[in-house]
Design a protein around this ligand. Structure first.
Ligand SMILES: [Fe+2]
Length: 322
């Protein structure tokens, strides 16, 4: 066979100067990654979520990124991340969020946000085969949500269990890692500040066990994730669980001593007997001052008068879009 390539990129979140916050570095870093990906001439590009900074609030950020990705000369397959839709569900508020931030319950992903993403990017879960490799992806925010979209997802997943045997490799893609260290680690406690980030960056039971069963049953060989903004991988039950690096910014440095805390993306080279995973660092990382708050600011902390470019969004309209 002729060797071929595909790329996995995640957490670009370029943001917009029409928003209540903007970090031009993140946009320039994505431009840098995009140029490097184009030079690699992959067969296809996989995007592991958080392709917008506030797509959950601003449809225009989703539409801008859709146009940007559609202009690439190869197919692009996208899943939603929490910044594109909303966060994983909780019925209990955590203690981690500071003043001016939404509570965790307010950040729960909604049907409206999921449908907005689907209206721009298409189905929230999908599977296809390319040159002997099966690729499948899901918007994992639905897991444990109880939303109608969760029932629809598991219904679709059941059909995958009964489907045709996968190709030589089956690569799944989701935004959040299903677990951080071990498949059987506990659901982390959102109320314990020492566990909050573990909670935020993983999937709770019972949905996690159901997902892992789906991966095993469909003979997954790799699960590609983003969300954490580090490059780190764990082997479990014959499956390689990979957290890919971000292009926007690095976070949670020190969580794993062997994690790579640099910006970049993953290149995969497919050979006859081999699937090579290659970390590609950004050639240049930009440092340009921006404006606005970090985290998940509450509506009264979203000041659209700060925006560098005019838009129809007033502060009041921004509040109404939560
Ligand atoms: Fe994320």
């Amino acid at each position: 066979m002729t060797p071929w390539r595909f790329v996995f990129v995640a957490d670009m979140q370029p943001g917009s100067p029409r928003s209540f916050r903007y970090n031009p570095s993140w946009r320039e870093n994505w431009r840098e990654a995009r140029r490097q990906i184009l030079e690699l001439e992959p067969d296809l590009l996989l995007v592991g979520g958080d392709l917008t900074r506030d797509g959950s609030l601003h449809r225009f950020e989703l539409e801008e990124m859709k146009a940007d990705l559609d202009a690439l000369p190869f197919p692009v397959h996208v899943i939603a991340g929490n910044m594109d839709t909303g966060n994983k569900h909780t019925r209990v508020a955590g203690t981690f969020r500071g003043p001016g931030q939404c509570s965790d319950i307010e950040l729960n992903v909604t049907s409206e946000q999921l449908q907005q993403f689907a209206a721009v990017f298409g189905p929230l879960w999908w599977t296809f085969e390319h040159k002997g490799i099966r690729f499948s992806g899901l918007a994992d925010g639905v897991v444990n949500s109880g939303l109608p979209e969760e029932a629809a997802f598991w219904n679709w997943a059941e059909k995958q269990l009964k489907g045709a045997p996968p190709a030589g490799h089956h690569i799944w893609m989701m935004h959040s890692p299903p677990f951080l260290d071990r498949p059987d680690e506990p659901s982390w406690d959102i109320r314990d500040p020492a566990q909050y980030r573990n909670w935020y960056f993983s999937v709770d039971q019972p949905g996690r066990a159901r997902l892992l069963n789906l991966f095993r049953s469909t003979q997954a060989t790799r699960v590609l994730c983003g969300h954490v903004h580090l490059f780190h991988a764990v082997e479990a039950e014959g499956i390689r669980y990979v957290i890919g690096p971000a292009t926007s910014f690095v976070q949670w440095v020190g969580r794993w001593p062997d994690a790579r805390a640099e910006l970049g993306f993953l290149l995969f080279e497919v050979h006859e007997q081999d699937l090579r995973e290659i970390y590609v660092p950004l050639r240049r990382v930009h440092q340009i001052p921006g404006y606005g708050p970090g985290g998940h600011p509450s509506p009264d902390h979203r000041d659209y008068s700060l925006a560098w470019e005019p838009s129809s969004l007033s502060k009041r309209q921004g509040e109404n879009r939560l």
